[in-house]
Design a protein around this ligand. Structure first.
Ligand code: ASP
Length: 312
């Protein structure tokens, strides 16, 4: 039987992090161990071989355009190779959901691209990275799997839904009301929901994203008690602002003083999208509302607005 090839792309994160004192793993530096070393001792799914490539070595809190471009290029390259069954990306947890959303939006792959991570550094006595990487490889090798997903703590979550919801638990991610795609239990992948749809992405937007030296400037502002207009006015006065995402209260409501400032920004050509600062529930999309609503969490809504501005 022909071997299936899995590609593992290393980007950094706590999964590749090292603590200077393994007995105190809370103090560590992310993005230290090469991806090849992460694979040492991790069992491969039956009938699979693996190739590893270091794309970047960062703490994902510092994710930037250049790393996203490099990762997109390598994903596109490997997804075009017929012998490749699936990709795994080892990534930090902090911005994993943004990278996952972006890869799905721009590549919409027919094969699986599985982002995995860890909450404890690689040299912690009870490191969670090796188990997560083993599970991610299993998902990438699964017949019928496709699209961008995250695998962490035995859970499989779609790029559209995944959000980091806990700052220190090993099971740090959630998929909200959509629920998980499935689980990896005792070496078996079990799915309860469909894999992400390979909805054809606009290849012109991907090309523009890859060629960009900077992304359209879009900021996130929060609505909160005693909110005012000064923050939005200052951003607007700076010049060059293209878009604003307002993380509203509850169902996407916005303090009246902030709302007035956002309306003024819109009148001057700044695109304004509204969402909610609530982790669960979302906001029903309403493109006809005074401030159009989008059913994405703020960080993903910001990316979506950037892509829309790139497409224009
Ligand atoms: N700061 C780390 C990162 O996102 C956190 C982690 O990976 O858990 O790279």
């Amino acid at each position: 039987m022909q071997q299936k090839t899995l590609i593992v792309l290393g980007v950094g994160g706590t999964i590749a992090g090292l603590a200077s004192d393994a007995g105190r793993p809370q103090r560590y530096v992310a993005g230290q161990l090469p991806v090849r070393q992460l694979l040492a001792g991790v069992p491969l799914p039956p009938g699979c071989s693996v190739q590893a490539e270091q794309v970047a070595q960062i703490d994902s809190k510092d994710m930037d355009l250049a790393v996203w471009q490099a990762l997109l290029r390598r994903c596109r390259h490997w997804l075009a190779q017929p012998q490749v069954r699936g990709l795994v990306v080892t990534h930090g947890t902090d911005t994993l959901e943004e990278t996952a959303w972006l890869l799905q939006a721009l590549l919409a792959p027919q094969r699986p691209v599985v982002l995995t991570c860890a909450m404890r550094p690689a040299n912690a006595p009870d490191a969670d990275g090796p188990g997560n990487l083993r599970d991610a490889l299993l998902v990438a090798a699964t017949e019928g799997a496709r699209g961008v997903v995250a695998v962490c703590a035995g859970r499989i979550l779609a790029a559209a839904d995944v959000q980091k919801v806990h700052s220190w638990r090993l099971d740090a991610f959630d998929a909200g009301d959509a629920g998980d795609i499935g689980q990896v239990r005792a070496g078996q992948v079990r799915c309860g929901r469909a894999w992400p749809e390979p909805v054809a992405a606009d290849s012109a937007v991907l090309e523009r994203f890859l060629a960009a030296s900077e992304l359209p400037w879009v900021e996130i502002v929060f609505s909160h008690a005693a909110a005012g207009a000064a923050g939005v006015e200052a951003l607007r006065a700076h010049g060059g602002l293209r878009g604003l995402v307002v993380a509203g209260t509850g169902g996407g409501t916005v303090h009246h003083a902030l709302h007035a400032a956002l309306q003024r920004a819109r009148q001057q050509g700044v695109r304004v999208w509204r969402t909610t600062r609530c982790v669960h529930g979302g906001v029903p999309p309403d493109p006809a509302a005074e401030l159009p609503a989008v059913d994405l969490p703020p960080a993903k809504a910001r990316l979506a607005l950037m892509l829309e501005l790139l497409a224009a």
